[in-house]
Design a protein around this ligand. Structure first.
Ligand SMILES: C[S@@+](CC[C@H](N)C(=O)[O-])C[C@H]1O[C@@H](n2cnc3c(N)ncnc32)[C@H](O)[C@@H]1O
Length: 221
């Protein structure tokens, strides 16, 4: 992760309020609400302030959460502590994380794959597939080339105000339509969504182009 991106995320997470809010993507909660998750092993990659980790820990998962931003991980640990939740938060780059094979029942990669450089993205995706237990679930979401940040990245100067996220400068790659699925060829797709939506959860109200994937490792692995 670039130092400038670490500094940007440290800065946004320094705000005592949760920068990204506590709301989770609907496809995630629709899938996991009302399931018994007790004792499941969960990994949250690029956890930030940890909204997905906190949900999983509240639902009695054993959560490991990693992020390159020290401020994000420290904030997550404090929130977990205040709420009496046990989360193993680690401040490190995903590149340095050792993924054990067939280890996790749930892996969350919420807007991190699009923050990874070209040489790292496919490698981490392969490690995610291997690290899931047979039957395990991946939830991944990314921003797509329909995101206003992509247009800005490509020199657009005529975007209406308040269309681009404050952290758009930290994006390494906007996904093409259908591209997210291609990173996980061994997984069975349980749900896939692409669309552009308004987002008032952080910074100035803006828009995002989303691709969201829920996928399962087949049991025969
Ligand atoms: C858009 S935020 C999403 C945070 C969280 N997943 C959420 O949905 O609230 C992206 C996060 O990925 C982290 N990140 C980006 N690249 C990373 C890397 N190579 N290793 C670890 N964390 C990284 C950033 O520090 C940031 O907290």
């Amino acid at each position: 992760m670039k130092q400038s991106h670490i500094e940007k995320f440290n800065k946004v997470y320094a705000d005592p309020a949760c920068y990204y809010g506590s709301e989770l993507r609907p496809e995630f909660t629709i899938f996991f609400n009302n399931r018994d998750l007790s004792g499941k092993y969960a990994l949250d990659l690029g956890c930030g302030e940890g909204r997905y980790s906190l949900y999983l820990a509240r639902n009695k998962c054993r959560v490991t959460a990693i992020d390159g931003s020290e401020a994000g991980v420290e904030k997550l640990k404090k929130t977990a502590n205040d709420q009496g939740l046990d989360i193993c938060g680690r401040n490190m780059d995903v590149e340095a994380f050792v993924f054990a094979e067939n280890r996790y029942d749930i892996i969350v990669a919420a807007t991190i794959l699009d923050h990874l450089a070209d040489n790292l993205r496919a490698m981490i995706a392969e490690k995610i597939q291997d690290a899931l237990k047979p039957g395990g679930i991946l939830y991944a979401n990314v921003f797509t080339a329909d995101d206003p940040g992509f247009l800005l990245h490509h020199g657009a100067t005529d975007l209406p105000p308040n269309t681009v996220s404050d952290t758009a400068e930290c994006m390494e790659h906007y996904f093409k339509r259908g591209e997210l699925i291609t990173l996980f060829p061994d997984l069975h797709i349980r749900h896939y969504y692409e669309g552009v939506e308004p987002d008032a959860s952080h910074g100035r109200p803006h828009f995002h182009g989303w691709a969201c994937l829920l996928a399962q490792k087949p049991n025969h692995f």
